[in-house]
Design a protein. Structure first.
Length: 250
């Protein structure tokens, strides 16, 4: 048997004390069980009351958190971090699923739809796995991404925006950029080959500029054939064509 010793009305709940233990009671539970100071509560009823109170507490916390879309896994971790036990977490998540507040299938579909232009399939697949989405669901929606369509639009734009690098450097930069974003290497390479004409840099101007910088730096410690070959090697490493390099070296 438990007896409520004191009651304190808080902004959104009631605070009761029982043998110096403090409990926070949700308003709905307070009303349902007709709680008041001095009330004696049998252990069986107290257990029922406590379970319902915990469910309501974490249900309300979950509702607030759902202002942002979450997966079941993310909600589970959130509720556990707030002190909910496994049983309550399962109850709350089951209710959210029943009411369609949590829907991993819809989450995966919308997540990919919103981010497929920012990240490729491999990255999206990894991110959704980290969020606890079922792998079969992930594969289903990732397979619908049209990489060719996305890359055919984005690669030319990216390539044409790079004007401070040689064409070879620009192509490598673009390729690396989209592979790191999770797009297929084969598809990136194929579309990049088709889009190479979108390079807008003035290679001879860039080459002359890089030559001048290298000459100014290296001529302080090298000269003659050694200076010429060192500059030539470094310019080649930057992606310039040998024929163009020879023109600048003359």
């Amino acid at each position: 048997m438990k007896t409520i010793d004191t009651v304190k009305k808080l902004k959104n709940s009631y605070q009761i004390s029982i043998l110096d233990q403090i409990y926070e009671i949700e308003p709905e539970i307070w009303i349902k069980f007709h709680l008041r100071a001095g009330l004696e509560i049998e252990e069986k009823l107290w257990k029922e009351l406590s379970n319902e109170n915990d469910f309501l507490k974490y249900y309300k916390l979950g509702i607030i958190k759902l202002k942002k879309m979450l997966t079941k896994y993310e909600m589970k971790n959130y509720l556990l971090s707030k002190g909910a036990n496994e049983a309550i977490v399962k109850q709350v998540i089951a209710k959210f699923v029943e009411r369609k507040y949590l829907d991993d299938s819809l989450y995966a579909k919308d997540y990919i739809r919103m981010k497929k232009y920012l990240s490729g399939p491999l990255v999206l697949e990894h991110e959704l796995k980290e969020k606890g989405v079922d792998f079969e669901l992930i594969k289903e929606y990732v397979s619908l991404i049209d990489e060719k369509e996305i890359l055919a639009e984005q690669i030319p734009k990216k390539l044409s925006s790079i004007k401070n690098k040689s064409k070879r450097q620009a192509l490598i930069t673009v390729k690396t950029h989209f592979i790191r974003k999770g797009y297929s290497m084969d598809i990136v390479s194929k579309i990049l080959d088709q889009a190479s004409s979108h390079y807008q840099g003035d290679e001879m101007k860039l080459l002359q500029k890089d030559y001048d910088k290298l000459y100014l730096r290296l001529s302080k410690k090298l000269d003659g054939y050694e200076l010429s070959m060192t500059i030539k090697e470094k310019l080649y490493q930057k992606g310039y064509k040998l024929d163009d390099i020879q023109k600048v070296l003359k």
